[in-house]
Design a protein around this ligand. Structure first.
Ligand SMILES: CC(C)(COP(=O)(O)OP(=O)(O)OC[C@H]1O[C@@H](n2cnc3c(N)ncnc32)[C@H](O)[C@@H]1OP(=O)(O)O)[C@@H](O)C(=O)NCCC(=O)NCCS
Length: 189
């Protein structure tokens, strides 16, 4: 499926449970304020590996380097999740590693936009895109044990819970136990 990467990173359109239209699109410099608010939020720092001390420069670099890098390297995609007004409400990575048939996901919703169903809809759209268009057979979700919000998003998006991976997550120099779940291609049938 490498040929997909010859085209620009796609924009995905989807709808939340409440009927709100959202898009998953490439990052833009105008997203920097939202990225900064999200990447300095205590809940984001608690549950993700976003670097400590995130600043304006890193938020701009998100749009110019980090986010486009995944598609440029043919390793999946990083999308900004934008609401109907095209405002940044979160971000989602679909990352394809050594095994080209397996992707993993990472996501954060902006603190001002949580609880509106954005990430559930975005995760489903991104995972389906990977399974249908990028040759992926299995999309994996992993979170620290206890991240109930993330688990709820994954399960609402159709991922099946698989269990606990002991010491499964690296987190700021230590290891944490991880919950895992997956959506596989046959789930779409
Ligand atoms: C987890 C997170 C991504 C959820 O994003 P969101 O856009 O608010 O999620 P949704 O609105 O799609 O919520 C989906 C469901 O999860 C539930 N949920 C969301 N956050 C929750 C929380 N902290 N605790 C329990 N349930 C939660 C919602 O109530 C909803 O369930 P419902 O429809 O039965 O009411 C967001 O809270 C976040 O960015 N957290 C910090 C970073 C993080 O943990 N990222 C994931 C790392 S693996």
């Amino acid at each position: 499926m490498a040929f997909r990467y010859d085209a620009p990173q796609p924009v995905l359109h989807t709808v939340t449970e409440a009927g709100e239209k959202i898009t998953l699109r490439p990052a833009e410099l105008k997203d920097a304020a939202g990225v900064l608010a999200t990447c300095t939020d205590p809940e984001t720092l608690r549950w993700t590996t976003v670097p400590l001390g995130y600043d304006h420069e890193m938020a701009a670099g998100f749009a110019t380097e980090y986010a486009p890098g995944w598609w440029q390297r043919h390793e999946g995609a990083c999308w900004v999740v934008a609401d109907a007004e095209d405002t940044y409400v979160g971000q989602l990575d679909l990352r394809i590693g050594k095994d080209p048939e397996v992707a993993d996901v990472g996501f954060v919703t902006a603190p001002y936009a949580r609880g509106r169903g954005y990430m559930t809809a975005a995760l489903r759209a991104a995972a389906e895109y990977g399974l249908r268009e990028l040759g992926v057979v299995r999309v994996e979700w992993k979170a620290h044990v206890g991240n109930e919000g993330s688990r709820r998003v994954a399960e609402k998006a159709g991922f099946s819970f698989e269990g606990v991976q002991r010491s499964g997550c690296a987190h700021r120099g230590e290891r944490r136990d991880a919950w895992t779940a997956a959506l596989v291609r046959e789930d779409l049938a």
